[in-house]
Design a protein around this ligand. Sequence first.
Ligand SMILES: Cc1cc2nc3c(=O)[nH]c(=O)nc-3n(C[C@H](O)[C@H](O)[C@H](O)COP(=O)(O)O)c2cc1C
Length: 201
Amino acid sequence: MMNKPIFNVEEVNKIIRNRRSMFVAQFKENDPVDDSIISELLENANWAPTHKLTEPWRFIVFSGEGLKKFAEFQADLYKQRSEKSGNFSEATYTKLKENPLKASHVIAIGMRRDLKANLPEMEEIAAVAMAVQNMYLTASARGLAAYWGTGGCTFWPEAKEFFGLGEADQLMGFFFVAKPASDRWPQGKRSPISEKVTWIK
Ligand SMILES: Cc1cc2nc3c(=O)[nH]c(=O)nc-3n(C[C@H](O)[C@H](O)[C@H](O)COP(=O)(O)O)c2cc1C
């Protein structure tokens, strides 16, 4: 045990409520974020809650030339898949090949299954999502543009291997990070919590 830390609740509320997603169009290109800040995001991810301490989150961080490797991998795989099914779109291909290059870092989000732990898959997915939230909050606290995207190769089973994931594991998408192009911060939008909660007293 350790001494009870003193938290600043106002700051916690502020960061949670003002955390925002910013997308590729809002990224400042060719001005990379320091790796040390990305390490801070990842360190915070590692402190997510985890049932039976399985720590199921696995990340692959692409930056610089690595972004090209990721972009080419997903664009080529898209081409293979869509030519087989006969619905290839040049616009989609170009987007898959060019969008990642607009980010500073792209963090592939993986869920590694620990079958010995005998946990429902939902719990492991939930733990990884909490790890991503920690990265989201830290990115916003650092004034960065970031979002969780589940496009591209996220749900293509044959993509898993590229990200070091096995059959039972899941690729859960990508956390895109960049400096924002503008100092403006997006307005959040939510319907009231009261519509989603039932109190029973
Ligand atoms: C699991 C998950 C997947 C998401 N996938 C995408 C996506 O594929 N594309 C996208 O534009 N945004 C994606 N988002 C981000 C949402 O668009 C974003 O959270 C929403 O617009 C609310 O904005 P806020 O994050 O600024 O509050 C995803 C968010 C979550 C939690």
